[in-house]
Design a protein around this ligand. Sequence first.
Ligand code: FAD
Ligand code: DLZ
Ligand code: SF4
Length: 516
Amino acid sequence: MTVIIPILGDQLSHELASLRGVNPADAVILMMEVMEEATYVRHHKRKIALIFSAMRHFAEELREAGWSVDYIAIDDAENSGSFTGEVRRAVARHRASAIRMVESGEWRVKVMIDGWAATFGIPVKVLTDDRFLCDILEFQTWAQARNDLVMEFFYREMRRKTGLLMTDDGKPEGGQWNLDKENRAPPKRGLNYPEPMHFTPDEITLDVIALVEDRFGAHFGILDKFALPVTAAQARRALGHFIRTALPDFGTYQDAMVTGQDWLYHSWLSPALNLGLLLPLEIAQAAADAYARGDVPLNAAEGFIRQIIGWREYVRGYYWLEMPDVADANALQATRPLPEFYWTGKTDMLCLAEAIRNTHDHAYAHHIQRLMVLGNFAMLAGVRPQEVADWFLVVYADAFEWVELPNVLGMSQHADGGRLATKPYAGGGAYIDRMSDHCGSCRYDVKKKTGYGACPFNALYWDFLARHEQRFRRNRRMVNMYANWDRMKPEVRDAYRNSAAEFLETLEPAAASWAK
Ligand code: FAD
Ligand code: DLZ
Ligand code: SF4
């Protein structure tokens, strides 16, 4: 009576619910490298290498812990190319009596798993993924009790639930729940930016890198200087390094952007976290402990913990609440194709070129690059949100649909009509100039509003507000913007709109083959 336990590429945690309470003698763990997962979008080469290497290391660790692991490599001759095909073969090979697994991270895969009991004629037990702090049902209950899904209130619930940064009498540490006001400093000269910890690839990783170059060589990105953690032990070292070197300044400079500085004070822990090499509570607790020891200020610890137990859990709840309809959402009716420069980086707009260079070289860009540069530009230019979402899903090593889609469609493109964020994250050149050192070296003049040489973000910003006036004018958080628009002379408004139209004419659409 063998039970098959499939473990997917983002379930690489020894604490996984499907392993708990099972006698290894009664079970076979199934891990599958399959073309369907590697190509449903054409993921960045570094992302595929990371996932395959982490999967292979995890399989080794499971074997050492006494489990039987049936590992299907991508180049195995009999590999059928899909999860369903591989589970079918494994059920026959092991004469399995049942399947037991943790729910998938993505809707697409859930639909597959839902069909397995009928297809294979054996019971399929699907367990809650309790690596998350808030399960799908709990989030649904929370959401049903309110009209607006305000992240801040959800976050406070998570603080109470975990006890992180809470005083003994149930108050937030320092008296305030959220110290974001202290976390918007522009970069200064003379700051020292720590590098994330680099890990030299071992033989397993080197083999995978060669395989990815061979099989997926035409995908976006590069594999050079691969240095990501691929095991839980490495990820824990990376966490300790981040807490010591970067967390103290994480809060203050959270929104800053600096040319040539790819991480600033960010953690670059999201790939390890999303694969399961680290658990969210473990990371958040480490930050709270650093605060308790007096090693980091409260604004840093609170800001960082909010991202993990607040935003990350919240977007996951939102994903399962709103899927599958949200995937097609396009409230602003944006239809422009994604510009080619998102793939090539060939643009004179330095802020975009920098964010795309970082993305291409490391499968990384930090939050403000993703939101206020890459996402902001696409929304202002009216790019179809599904093309933007495909791009984001391809290019980041941490991109899994449950976290990528809410961030792209909800937070950055306002495609859900404001369900996730009441106000669109739109900004002109002045915002980017304030938060970065890019504009001084850019071919465009950020101070120039319209016409030849003017920063394109300026005209695009006002053109966006004018295009969507009917929708946003009554938004209380946008009253000041429309008051400014109203104060402009008609010829100034026309100049903005004409400048935007002229600029948009110059955008080359991307060749579709990059993403799919
Ligand atoms: P840090 O700045 O060090 O933050 C710490 C951790 O907080 C991150 O590792 C991450 O786990 C979590 N976090 C922070 N912000 C968010 C958020 N908005 N949603 C969920 N978790 C968050 N994050 C992903 O993990 N995968 C994605 O595919 C993804 N796509 C995004 C797309 C857009 C348009 C935007 C605006 C944000 C996206 N994010 C995504 C959120 C965030 O940008 C990344 O988590 C972060 O940049 C990862 O880098 P880091 O580990 O250095 O983060
Ligand atoms: C992203 C990805 C890739 C590129 N390849 C695999 C794979 O070959 N095998 C696997 O188990 N997982 C892979 N993944 C991650 C999956 O897409 C992810 O686990 C599911 O989408 C979650 O529902
Ligand atoms: Fe970006 Fe405009 Fe600044 Fe150039 S001037 S870096 S395009 S914001």
